[in-house]
Design a protein around this ligand. Structure first.
Ligand SMILES: Cc1ncc(COP(=O)(O)O)c(C=O)c1O
Length: 439
């Protein structure tokens, strides 16, 4: 390892790549965080919180103005009326997750949606009671799954089946999931899996997992927190039963922004509008916003489900938490998914190229194959958590924003909407100096 690995020549190459990037102007449409001297930070943390689209502020202010001027009449008369506000998000979200428009809805936040989905899709019966989940799942997913099992009067100890990577490995191969289903499929009611693993950045083959689950009579749901806006998705064709996501990461909709949800149309297509009780597909935890819009305000006792995923809505939408997503989805539409993915592969490939010479001082644990990852790379520093944490803190002091995930991972993600090749060169330069300096 030497600082010579990254220097003027690499910087020049990065700048040339930026100059040739057809999406380079999009960066100007985001607020770039600055250090105390007013210099833009090297922001590589879109996997945690995406940057603010400048238009988000305008759209939020617009809604505050509507509220100030129209008050209750804004529900019907705002420029974007509040009652059907989620319609502003439908097509953009459907395009990003590869769904039919009626299969998606923006609502609530991720874990709340997860519980609402589990209420419908986790129906333990007889000996088929278990939830298959990855060991080391995001804490909220595990808490939700375990509490759902307990909610049904069952013991999470016996019924939460946690599949770990092979000994000494960081990643779980899809083959291992298939083998687990061969062995335990008859006991499993639901497979709950991430699209992209939050700690390692590994992207899973959703269609393959859904196919394996269905072959054993299980349902398959997916947490797309780290997938949506990051990796190509084809939820409808993958036959996933349902999925949930948040929109403060790659969707750039701001802290606590409105989440989203997918329900495959085979679960709702043939649903009688009055169906609400009993087994799937009618069963759900309902609220007035899931009632068909035409008759919602008749306030009748009988629940008439809206068509598609909309029927899982419970409450009226949080307009101020949804407006930034309107701004962000417009940027995705302008950029185009194919071009974004192309740039994402180039950015992450460039980062990998610059980091490989730093091995073994720092090691990438994210898969090498582009199909098995999004933009995030997860790094482990030689020597374990202590040195790793120090490198992470020194990176921040050197103006690089990334994050730390226990026990020993630094996550970095170049986001194609706003990151430049130069950001990556700067990051690699600073990291190599820290490692060279004997951290
Ligand atoms: C994989 C994953 N699942 C669940 C959550 C929890 O999300 P929320 O707080 O929006 O429910 C997060 C948040 O970062 C996440 O990354």
């Amino acid at each position: 390892m030497s600082t010579g690995a990254i220097g003027a020549e690499v910087l020049a190459r990065a700048r040339a790549l930026d100059a040739a990037d057809p999406l380079r102007d999009l960066r100007e449409r985001f607020a770039l965080p600055l250090d105390e001297r007013g210099t833009p930070l090297v922001y590589l943390c879109g996997h945690s919180l995406g940057l603010q689209p400048l238009a988000a502020r305008e759209l939020v202010i617009e809604e505050l103005e509507e509220w100030a001027q129209r008050a209750v009449e804004g529900h019907e008369q705002a420029r974007r009326p509040w009652v059907p506000y989620h319609e502003n998000l439908r097509n953009g979200l459907a395009a990003l997750v590869g769904a039919r428009p009626g299969e998606v809805v923006a609502m609530n936040s991720l874990t709340v949606n997860l519980h609402l989905m589990f209420a419908s899709f986790y129906r333990p019966v007889g000996t088929r009671r278990r939830i298959l989940i990855e060991a080391g799942a995001f804490s909220s997913d595990r808490h939700a799954a375990a509490s759902q099992i307990a909610w049904h009067g069952l013991d999470p100890q016996d019924n939460l089946l946690e599949l770990a990577p092979a000994a000494g490995a960081d990643l779980i191969e899809e083959r291992a999931i298939e083998e687990c289903l061969v062995e335990h499929g008859r006991e499993i009611a639901l497979v709950w899996w991430p699209g992209v693993q939050f700690r390692t950045g590994q992207a899973f083959d959703i269609a393959r997992i859904a196919r394996a689950a269905h072959a054993h009579g299980c349902l398959a749901g997916f947490d797309l927190a780290h997938s949506v806006g990051n990796t190509p998705l084809a939820l409808h064709d993958s036959a996933a039963d349902f999925a949930v996501w948040c929109s403060y990461k790659y969707l750039n909709a701001g802290p606590g922004a409105i989440g989203g949800c997918f329900v495959h149309e085979r679960h709702t297509g043939a649903l009688p509008r009055s169906a609400h009780r009993g087994a799937l597909p009618g069963a759900r935890l309902a609220g007035w916003w899931g009632h068909e819009a035409e008759t919602r305000f008749l306030m009748e006792a009988q629940f008439h489900a809206a068509a598609g995923a909309d029927s899982w809505q419970v409450s009226n939408p949080p307009i101020l938490a949804a407006a930034p997503l309107v701004a962000s989805l417009a940027l995705f539409a302008a950029a185009g998914s194919a071009r974004l993915r192309e740039k994402s592969l180039a950015l992450t490939g460039f980062m990998e190229e610059l980091l490989r010479p730093l091995e073994p001082g720092v090691r990438i644990i994210t898969p090498r194959e582009p199909v098995a990852r999004g933009c995030q790379l997860s790094l482990r520093v030689a020597g374990g958590a202590g040195p790793g944490r120090r490198v992470f803190e020194q990176l921040r002091a050197a103006g690089v924003v990334c994050d730390w995930r226990a026990p020993d991972i630094i996550r970095v993600a170049p986001v194609p909407l706003y990151n430049r090749f130069e950001d990556i060169a700067q990051f690699a330069e600073r990291l190599s100096r820290l490692l060279w300096g004997g951290v």
